[in-house]
Design a protein around this ligand. Structure first.
Ligand SMILES: [Zn+2]
Length: 172
């Protein structure tokens, strides 16, 4: 399985003026799993009312990670070079493709010239269905108070998608 895929990447984050700002980025592969937080540098008071409402909803109901986290050592600001650097550590001469199921990430990977495939084009089911098959926990970046632990988590999603890829009968 996964003959040509070197890894899965996922990103979760916020939006401003229609632009996606990743906050959490995760890689899952046979070699290693890596994840990191990105400091979006966004400020609620500098957003439109609509974006402020959307992002507060994302923060409190979906992501469980604050908009910014300026004092965290784990935060990276310039995330594109970091994605590229990690990709280079995972790709091999016969496995160059990245698998994603994330529209917002596709534009980031295109800018970086990282070749990717959309897993939905290969029959990948909806995430809520996959979550029931491949049970994975949300990572420690998110607010611990959510008892169900069902935050939108890039790490969990990347792990689930990698399992789906590995369980396919035909190669990707
Ligand atoms: Zn997470």
């Amino acid at each position: 399985m996964a003959e040509k895929l070197c890894c899965i990447i996922d990103a979760q984050g916020f939006v401003k003026n229609g632009v996606f700002f990743p906050r959490e980025i995760a890689f899952c592969s046979d070699i290693k799993n890596v994840s990191f937080l990105v400091d979006t540098k966004l400020k609620y008071y500098k957003m439109s009312e609509k974006d402020r409402k959307t992002n507060k909803f994302i923060e409190r109901k979906f992501l469980g990670i604050p908009l910014t986290q300026e004092f965290s050592a784990k935060c990276i600001i310039d995330y594109k070079p970091e994605i590229y650097r990690l990709y280079l550590t995972l790709k091999t001469s016969d496995k160059k493709l990245v698998g994603i199921k994330n529209y917002q990430l596709s534009s980031i990977l295109s800018v970086l010239n990282i070749p990717f495939i959309n897993l939905e084009d290969f029959g990948c089911s909806r995430l809520d269905i996959l979550e029931k098959i491949y049970r994975e926990n949300c990572c420690g970046f998110h607010n611990k108070k959510n008892k169900r632990g069902q935050w939108k988590c890039a790490v969990r999603k990347a792990n689930i998608l990698w399992k789906w890829v590995k369980n396919r009968k035909t190669d990707l």
